[in-house]
Design a protein around this ligand. Structure first.
Ligand code: HEC
Ligand code: HEC
Length: 231
């Protein structure tokens, strides 16, 4: 069991690394410059707390900077498609301000795999705090309601580290899968076998690892859920 989990993690990491070109295909890879000339300049010293919190102009600039630099992974208007964390869930406090600033500056790189590129040297401090000011306005307002039991099961079974409902991640979007097999009466049985054994070739070259560590009843329920539109 332990070994299976370790294998899955390694496979997910490799697959995620292999998939980064897919993520990039969603939009412009080049970070977009952000015009911050209408904001109070912050100088060279790093701030630990968002100096623009609640500032209308910062929110406006942050919104456009977000759409150009972050939305392709974190979702339009910060509504996460499931590939990258939902930034609406970040608490609004000083500790998280520091965490936010450093996440954006350094990116997220683990074991050589770039999950998120570093923005150091590309986004000014003003732009980073404008982004944070914008994301503050997205917090809670549209926080997702309680997740459905099936979404929770998919998450617990590790499916959502590679799949999202509507967006392509490492694997196909669940709605695409449902569409592809809508007229295939044997689809549920075929998909169960495929998910248990893993494999590639239907959606691309990246393989799905065997998911046989997940109890069969859970896999059956997950596939029924996917075929019904993953709501
Ligand atoms: C290429 C995709 C990609 C882009 C572009 C991107 N991110 Fe990320 N981001 C990720 C992923 C994936 C993670 C989670 C990394 C991990 O597993 O540690 C992440 C994590 C974060 C975190 C930490 C969230 C948490 O809950 O721990 C913050 C904050 C963040 N991103 C902000 C941003 C901002 C702001 C931008 C735009 C300037 C941005 N990201 C652009 C993919 C991306
Ligand atoms: C490490 C990444 C990863 C994980 C974890 C993962 N998948 Fe996949 N999945 C993929 C990839 C990649 C494909 C595309 C395979 C192909 O092209 O044949 C895929 C394909 C699928 C398909 C379509 C198969 C087909 O032949 O059309 C279904 C259904 C599916 N996954 C369900 C699941 C379920 C349910 C889970 C959780 C129990 C899960 N996946 C976990 C990566 C993953």
């Amino acid at each position: 069991m332990q070994a299976a989990i370790r294998f899955l993690t390694a496979a997910a990491l490799m697959a995620a690394a292999a998939a980064s070109p897919i993520v990039h295909a969603h939009g412009d890879v080049t970070p977009q410059a952000v015009d911050v000339s209408t904001l109070k300049p912050l100088g060279d010293q790093k701030h630990d707390e968002n100096p623009y919190r609640g500032d209308k102009e910062a929110i406006r600039i942050g919104s456009s900077a977000y759409n150009q630099n972050c939305a392709r992974c974190h979702g339009l208007e910060a509504i996460s498609g499931g590939i990258a964390p939902d930034l609406r869930k970040l608490p609004i406090d000083k500790e998280t301000d520091i965490y936010f600033r450093d996440s954006v500056l350094r990116g997220k790189v683990r074991n050589g795999a770039v999950y998120m590129p570093p923005f150091e040297g590309m986004l000014s401090q003003e732009a980073i705090w404008a982004l944070r000011s914008y994301l503050d306005t997205r917090a809670e307002v549209e926080a997702p309601g309680p997740v459905s039991a099936m979404t929770a099961l998919a998450k617990k079974s590790n499916c959502l580290s590679c799949h999202a409902v509507d967006a392509r991640g490492v694997g196909p979007a669940y709605r695409e899968v449902a569409k592809k097999y809508a007229n295939d009466k044997k689809a549920e049985a075929k998909l169960l076998a495929k998910v248990k054994k893993g494999g590639s070739g239907t959606w691309g070259k990246v393989p799905m690892p065997p998911m046989d560590a997940v109890p069969e009843d859970d896999l059956k329920a997950l596939i029924k859920w996917i075929m019904a539109g993953a709501n």
